[in-house]
Design a protein around this ligand. Sequence first.
Ligand SMILES: Cc1ncc(COP(=O)(O)OP(=O)(O)O)c(N)n1
Ligand SMILES: Cc1ncsc1CCOP(=O)(O)O
Ligand SMILES: [Mg+2]
Length: 215
Amino acid sequence: MSTPNYSLYLVTDQSMCEARGRSVTEVVSLAVAGGVTCIQIREKDGNAREFLHQVLDVCAIVPDDVTVIVNDRIDVFLAARTLGASVDGVHIGQEDFPASVVRQLIGPAAIMGVSASTPEEITQAESDGADYIGIGVVHSTDTKLDAPSPLGVTGTSKAAHFASIPAVAIGGIKANDMSALRAGGLSGAAVVSAICLAEDPTAAAQELLQEWSRQ
Ligand SMILES: Cc1ncc(COP(=O)(O)OP(=O)(O)O)c(N)n1
Ligand SMILES: Cc1ncsc1CCOP(=O)(O)O
Ligand SMILES: [Mg+2]
């Protein structure tokens, strides 16, 4: 596994991909061509076996230097690893299994991302062995119905400064937020709809990355 680069972090959503007539794997492939650096497979519906196959399919087409993370499902991550997939880690939130337990289940080398936006949550995530934190939401979003109140770019950047590990922003992020998030100290920006619902996921990823790199 190469050092993770969280700059442009795609979180997948099968129903959004299908709304554009594509599979998750097709969107991932197009997004990787546009420069996505990290991919989280997130599926809130569907059964364990379908989710596992989605993870295996994505791992099979993603280059080694792109990090692959499984959302929520430690069992799916472990099953994919058992089958030899090059999956790198998991992302868990405040209502998932405790991060300290997850760290023991996945071992010391796997990546563990934890959603944490308050100083208390960030301190806890770090002492539980998180490799990065997900902070948000930046803006309101229709993608996650139980999302917390928006922090804005300024609030997100303030939260990131509490962290001594990389912080990735999430929630309603569009290309015009990227430059300010980077300047605010974020290590990356995670998006769902900006790529999964894009007419051209490659062009969308290129634009997001170009804005991330803008001074
Ligand atoms: C990078 C990143 N940050 C935050 C989240 C949200 O995780 P969680 O709070 O567990 O919510 P669900 O994604 O499980 O609905 C994330 N997935 N990724
Ligand atoms: C998974 C998740 N966690 C917090 S907001 C969110 C969804 C973000 O989706 P979008 O980029 O479409 O606003
Ligand atoms: Mg979760």
